[in-house]
Design a protein around this ligand. Structure first.
Ligand code: ATP
Length: 308
């Protein structure tokens, strides 16, 4: 049944890939200074919010059991924040999440659900918040949430929450290898700090990836491929050494390049075109290195209300 028939609203929100993730030194507030290029891809979660007499959360999908169905769920946090912002007496709502984005996979699945919760609750309660209002609530919920609202391709600085849209003329075809077990983002950052300390590394502030931005603006996928970069990759590989095999399998199958996505452990492979992506995905599926293999394209728009 349409959620609208029940006085509800539904938002569709994409996963993200970091085409570049530069991680600077640890800041006094416990975060790292980032310079990152986000790209939203066609792998979506849907968040439906309906009127109810108390807060209730259900999660559907293969990995639903890994997601908390309680007020710590990021979509629930978002709905409660909208209620507070609109000065409602209560945040009673039924929240239903249909998950396609891998959980703890470095693809901002929880952030996507938070963005979906913001947008759907804003519509349900007729708040119809502006994009700036949504972005400012999003930044309070997490570093990646503003990008889940915005989508497309964007340069992120600060904790990743300060966004500047980027000109991207590339149509990017991706293969995503979802790992058998997840990785916790804070654990990966801690491992990066440990590896850097071990090498007595002086960490400079992260620079802007100008060559990558030029390749995007030029629509040059071949030039882009070798410029994909992730400072968190050594830390993710240190915690899950078998990801090296996954990365090798993808490039041997014909991908132009492969990197760990964000804090991992999902690995993403850039392919020359959609046909190449299907062939790389088929070979990776057969190699047994991943729990599941998906194809996607990007960039796509950020959080959107789904109309009947
Ligand atoms: P990021 O790429 O933003 O670092 P991630 O994609 O690696 O994050 P998430 O899928 O966002 O990781 O999940 C991180 C943790 O957040 C999960 O282990 C889960 O316990 C918790 N969590 C809370 N709400 C949600 C949600 N709606 N969806 C997924 N995870 C959630």
């Amino acid at each position: 049944m349409s959620p609208f028939a029940l006085g509800g609203a539904r938002a569709r929100v994409p996963a993200k890939i970091n085409l570049h993730l530069g991680v600077g030194p640890l800041r006094d507030d416990g975060y790292h200074e980032l310079s990152t290029v986000f790209c939203a891809i066609s792998l979506f979660d849907e968040v439906t919010v309906r009127s109810a007499d108390h807060l209730r959360i259900t999660v559907n999908g293969d990995s639903a059991r890994q997601v908390p169905a309680d007020p710590t769920n990021l979509a629930a946090q978002a709905v409660m924040l909208v209620a507070e912002y609109l000065e409602r007496q209560d945040a009673n709502a039924e929240i239903e999440i249909d998950k396609q984005i891998p959980v703890a996979g470095g693809m901002a699945g929880g952030s996507a659900d938070a963005a979906g919760g913001l947008l759907a609750a804003s519509r349900l309660w007729r708040g119809d918040l502006s994009r700036d209002e949504l972005l400012s609530l999003a930044a309070a919920l997490g570093s990646d949430v503003p990008f889940s609202v915005l989508g497309g391709t964007a340069l992120g600085t600060g904790r990743g929450e300060k966004l500047l849209p980027v000109l991207n003329r590339c149509e990017l075809s991706w293969v995503i290898a979802v790992a058998k077990t997840g990785l916790s983002t804070p654990d990966v950052y801690r491992e990066l700090d440990r590896l850097r300390a071990e090498r007595d590394e002086i960490v400079p502030p992260p620079g802007r990836p100008d060559a990558l931005l030029r390749a995007l603006a030029a629509g040059d996928v071949t030039a882009l491929a070798p410029l994909l970069h992730n400072d968190l990759q050594p830390a993710a590989l240190s915690l899950q050494p078998m990801l090296r095999r996954t990365l090798r399998a993808g490039t041997e199958a014909g991908a132009l390049a492969g990197i760990v996505s964000g804090s991992g452990p999902s690995c993403v492979f850039l392919c020359a075109d959609p046909d190449a992506a299907v062939s790389v995905a088929a070979e990776l599926s057969g190699s047994g290195v991943a729990r599941s293999v998906k194809t996607a394209f990007g960039p796509v728009a950020g959080a959107r209300l789904v109309t009947p």
